[in-house]
Design a protein around this ligand. Sequence first.
Ligand code: HEM
Length: 146
Amino acid sequence: PFSEAEVQSARGAWEKMYVDAEDNGTAVLVRMFTEHPDTKSYFTHFKGMDSAEEMKQSDQVRGHGKRVFTAINDMVQHLDNTEAFLGILNPLGQKHATQLKVDPKNFRIICDIILQLMEEKFGGDCKASFEKVTNEICTHLSNVYK
Ligand code: HEM
C-alpha cells in the first residue's frame, strides 16, 4: 500500500516520463535489447532488431514501448486502490509467465532501466519517487511464478 504522499510523488514522477510515452518506452526497450541481448529472444517476430538505430525506427518496437508504458500508466492511476492495482498486474503477470514464458529476472532488468532513464532525464528525486512503484511491479509480475 502507498501513502497519500507516496501516491502524489510517484504520479508526479511518472507524468514526466509519460508525456513522451512512445519515445521513452522505446528508449527503455532499446536499452534492454542492447544491454541484455538475450531479452531479444522473446521478440523473434520483431523485424529490424540488429542495431539500436534500427530498433529506434521500428514500428514494432515503438508500438510495444507505447503498450508497456500505457500498462504502467494504468497501474499508476490505481496506486491508491490495491484491488484495482493488482487487477492490472496479476493478469499481466499470468500472461508473461504462462503464455510468453518470460524469465522473471527480466522484470527487474526493465524496471531498473526505467529508473535509470528517469534519473538521467529528470534527476535523482524523480527516480526515488518511483522506486516503490517499480518494486511493486516486479514483485507482483513475478508472484505468478512461485
Ligand atoms: C507483451 C507489459 C516486461 C516480453 C506485453 C503487453 C503488455 C506488457 C501490456 C501486451 C499484453 C497483451 O497483449 O495482452 C509489460 C510490463 C513489463 C513487461 C508492464 C514490466 C514493467 C516484459 C519483459 C519482457 C516482456 C521484461 C521480456 C524480456 C513481452 C512479450 C510480449 C509482451 C514477448 C508479447 C509482445 C508481442 O508479441 O507483441 N507486455 N511487460 N515483457 N511482453 Fe511485456
